[in-house]
Structure formats: C-alpha cells, structure tokens
Design a protein around this ligand. Structure first.
Ligand code: 13P
Length: 250
C-alpha cells in the first residue's frame, strides 16, 4: 500500500499562486518514491490549473475539497463530482473539521456526500477527529466511531479499498502547532482500523488511514513510520513547495 501524502490548501492561493506552487513542488520532489503518492486539494478555482500542471508527473494527483450530492441542478454555489472530474480531480474530501465545525455539516450529510462521491467515480478521503473537549471527556472513541460509521454508512461494502481513505485529524491539532503524540496517534489509528475491519472485513487492512494536524517537515518521518499511519493530510506546511516537498520525501 503506497503512503498517501496529501496537501489541503484550504481557502488559500489564487490561480497563479497555486499553479506556481504546484510547479515548484513537482520540481523539488522530482521522482516520487515508489512507496508514495502525492495528492493536492487546491481551491476549486485553481483545480484545473494545478491538475494540468501536474498531469505529466507520475504519482501526483488532485482532488476537490468538497462537493455536493447531485450531478447538476439548481444548487447555487455548489459543485458536483462530475465538475471536479472535468477539472482533473481524482479525489474528493469529505467531513473536514472546518466543514463540520465552521460550516455546520452533519454526520448524515457527510455520509451522503461520501457515498455519492464514490458512486460518481471519485476516490474519497473521509476526515474524522475529536474536539479538545471531547478528548478531555474521554470521548475520542465514541466520536471517531460515530463519524466513521455514519460517514461510510452508504458506501458499498464491496468497494475497492483503494477508493476510500480515512483521515484522522484531531481538531485540537489542526493549525495549532500542537501535533498529537505518537501514542495518541497509534491508539486512534488502531481504533479506526478496528472500526473499518468491523465494517469492511479483511479488506479494511488495505484502506489507508492518514494522520492530519500540524504535520511539518521535522515531524513527518516519525509520524509516517507509526503503526496504521498510511499517509498524512497537511494544511499549513503544504502551502509552500519547499516544506511540502520535504514532507513528501520524509
Ligand atoms: P494543519 O496541517 O495546518 O494543522 O492542517 C491540517 C488540516 O486541516 C489538513 O486537512
């Protein structure tokens, strides 16, 4: 199973800035190691530019940070998986903590999106993770269990495990510089694996579980070597080619 090294550019970068960063990243990375795959989630407006920039580079792909649950229609401001694919996207992201906690998305809606994204031909990365209050209240397992089960509720059980990934991103570690410790990561990822096994059986061992939350060039190689860590989802440190290339090659 290749490690998935993913960049979430959130609401940063104009078209030009995004294309220049992608170009620089590809130059600095050069040949992606055999056991790695690089994925960029740019903003919608720069998705096509970044996809084109990376099209000739092997082991690079792009994805949409969000999508709606219909192919087309009167849904002002929304975007469909079909539209993302027409801009070169192979992946889609669901359940990011900013969509859950800033935009108010529910587990139910995230579950619908995840299933629809898969049905529409995307590979989907479902994000889960607890708030600091939930961790302090000893509810990490309860929260992650609910978010994974609801998020994957309508995903066909016979799915190719390559097409679905889970990103464990403890909300308190996102953008704070406060990375989860190795024991916390191993414990949470082991728990995610168990839930996935319960849902999908043996093939759950081929579903990638990414870690996200203050991943940086200097902590990535340790994180990526932990049990059940099959990649990373990086925000702040993915915005510059220099730092993200170090993470990709860590
Ligand atoms: P940071 O790497 O900035 O903590 O963001 C993580 C994240 O939200 C990736 O989706």
């Amino acid at each position: 199973m290749k490690k998935l090294m993913a960049a979430n550019w959130k609401m940063f970068k104009t078209w030009d800035e995004a294309v220049i960063t992608a170009r620089k990243l590809a130059e600095l990375v050069g040949t992606v190691p055999d056991d790695r795959e690089v994925l960029i989630f740019p903003s919608f407006t720069s998705l096509k530019g970044v996809s084109k920039e990376l099209a000739s580079k092997s082991s690079f792909s792009t994805g949409g940070q969000d999508f709606y649950t219909e192919e087309q229609g009167a849904f002002t401001g929304e975007i469909s998986p079909k539209m993302l694919k027409s801009c070169g996207a192979v992946f889609g992201l669901t359940g990011h903590s900013e969509r859950r906690h800033v935009l108010g998305e529910t587990d139910e809606f995230i579950g619908k999106k995840t299933a629809y994204g898969i049905e529409a031909g995307l590979k989907v990365v479902l994000c889960v993770g607890e708030l600091i209050e939930e961790r302090k209240a000893g509810k990490v397992e309860e929260v992650v269990d609910r978010q994974i089960r609801e998020g994957l509720k309508d995903v066909p059980r016979d799915i190719d495990p390559e097409r679905i990934s889970v990103a464990y991103e403890p909300v308190w570690a996102i953008g704070t510089g406060e990375v989860a410790g190795p024991e916390e990561i191993v414990e949470a990822h082991g728990f995610c694996r168990k839930i996935l096994q319960d849902i999908f059986g043996e093939k759950a061992n081929e579903i990638r579980i990414l870690y996200g939350g203050s991943v940086k060039p200097d902590n990535c190689s340790q994180i990526i070597s932990l049990d059940n860590v099959d990649g990373v989802l990086v925000g702040g440190a993915s915005l510059e080619g220099e730092s993200f290339s170090k993470i990709v090659l860590a």
